[in-house]
Ligand binder design. Sequence first.
Ligand code: HEM
Ligand SMILES: *[C@@H]1O[C@H](CO)[C@@H](O)[C@H](O)[C@H]1NC(C)=O
Ligand SMILES: *[C@@H]1O[C@H](CO)[C@@H](O)[C@H](O)[C@H]1NC(C)=O
Ligand SMILES: *[C@@H]1O[C@H](CO)[C@@H](O)[C@H](O)[C@H]1NC(C)=O
Ligand SMILES: *[C@@H]1O[C@H](CO)[C@@H](O)[C@H](O)[C@H]1NC(C)=O
Length: 498
Amino acid sequence: MIRELVYGSVAVVLFAYAVEFGFSIGDDPREPPRVRSTIPLIGHVLGILKGGPTHYTKTGKSTPSEIHTLGVFNYKIYVSTSSRLLPIIQKQSKSLSFRPFLQITARKHGDASDETYAIFGGTLPDELSNVVRLSLAPGPYLDDQNMRMGKRVQVEVDALLGRGSTKQINLLEWSRHIVVQSSSCGVYGDQHPLMDPEVEKSFWDWQNYLTAHLAGVDFLGKGYAARQKVYDAYIKYFKEFPVDGSQLAREHQRMIREAGIGELDNAKQASLFTIAVFSNTAPTLYWTLWEIFSRPQILEEIRQELRAHAVSGSKNGGFVLNVSALKTQSPLLVSVFQETQRTRHVNASFRQVMTDTLLDGKYLLKAGNFLQMPGEPIHANTSIWGPTALEFDPYRFLSKGIPQGGFVGFGSPPHLCPARQFASTEIFIIAALLIMRADMLPVAGAWDKAPALNYSDLSTLLNPKRDVKVEVKAREAWAGEWTLKMGESRTRIPLASG
Ligand code: HEM
Ligand SMILES: *[C@@H]1O[C@H](CO)[C@@H](O)[C@H](O)[C@H]1NC(C)=O
Ligand SMILES: *[C@@H]1O[C@H](CO)[C@@H](O)[C@H](O)[C@H]1NC(C)=O
Ligand SMILES: *[C@@H]1O[C@H](CO)[C@@H](O)[C@H](O)[C@H]1NC(C)=O
Ligand SMILES: *[C@@H]1O[C@H](CO)[C@@H](O)[C@H](O)[C@H]1NC(C)=O
């Protein structure tokens, strides 16, 4: 019996090698070199399941080439690990396209009907991308959106620190909560769809099922049930679109309606958009707070920086946080924020190869396959960032010599995140208020040196595997009334990506 099993397995393995060899016979010598897995056919799938986009960092290290090929059955994933190729790839957005994925997500996460799915295969994604970019550009629309976001941040921080109390919170859970509430007030108005804690919780439950839904394997339907609660909240919200909804929400909805998509599918697609709104901001806020509060000396330096330029007033007369000054005169906060993104960014941008493409005159990418551009190999590349590339250097972004194209935390031009100023402003205000008004320490006594990460996540920064319970203690000298002076969104945070 055992003997049969052993022979059987050997036969299966030999067969798999033979099949894989068969698939690679058709390779063109101009295609990027293959990196083979020790397990044939499905080795890379297992690697990606286990390590997420960090699998590509591993495969990239085993080849000197700036782009390599991974075989998965008869498909190929081309993986570009080079910042040099990024602009060349971005320029070929017709043949190396992101659009097929948008259509798939409209179906898998937005439950698109056949008609809606077909519409998403046309020009709608490009039109949406355009209105989203215009609505989020610094100017009067973003001023309004920032104003509502800032007000809600204040409410949430006051609730946490009210009357100089000490509280215990789970830092990730709290970061998610304040991001959902504040971003939603900004984008959807003060009466937004996620006000109900039940809907907020359903949103995060749904996020745990994104991969399962792409694969269509949510057999118990728990993820679909959570998603339905979010859909229902948006269906109700759009019945009476409030006057204080942002230009972004209004235009997004108008484009979809004018493309011929009905009310129900429109609300579902709007629910899908919230994934972009919350899912990257929350972990970025979490890690920014984590990196600052776990470094007492950096925390103190940022406090001095804020006191010198961005904070005024007194305990009795009330304090004011000047957001324009926060954005432009807090270089250490800007640096720590971006270093957090640089060291923790893993998200890979994907493209589908639509037609055979000769990249940079030398690498042939064949139609029907996929291209991935993970950020981590670029952020960890010592030729770009120097010998300390793998270390967290809080001062790194203070220097003028930030390598051109070496930072991809918000993507790479021309496909930069259109909300980068909005999201960064939100994170800055929350961080500044906590930095000035509170001390924070893990209940366990010390910050974990290397917390475990959840590699099954799809966000740009991986979430921690376990939340950290922290004690938040209001600082006596800074207790009192706090207000925000928002200023204009045209005053930008000097991000490396602009
Ligand atoms: C710190 C928080 C955020 C990070 C790190 C982030 C990161 C990114 C990245 C890397 C991309 C490019 C993806 C690619 O090229 O494949 C992107 C695109 C996008 N992001 Fe963000 N994002 C954040 C917050 C937000 C927020 C708050 C919103 C909405 C209010 C948003 C809306 C979008 C949209 C709509 C796109 C697609 C743009 C297009 O049409 O090409 N993001 N984001
Ligand atoms: C690191 O960057 C350099 C310079 O851009 C590039 O030549 C090299 O291929 C990169 N290394 C990896 C492993 O991608
Ligand atoms: C890790 O992320 C996956 C996918 O989002 C989720 O299903 C799982 O519950 C998460 N694991 C932990 C320990 O948080
Ligand atoms: C806020 O800071 C900006 C930039 O430093 C400055 O121009 C402005 O006068 C300040 N506003 C207030 C009300 O202090
Ligand atoms: C990376 O982030 C972008 C923007 O949020 C998202 O559209 C894309 O699906 C993410 N990619 C991966 C591999 O998670």
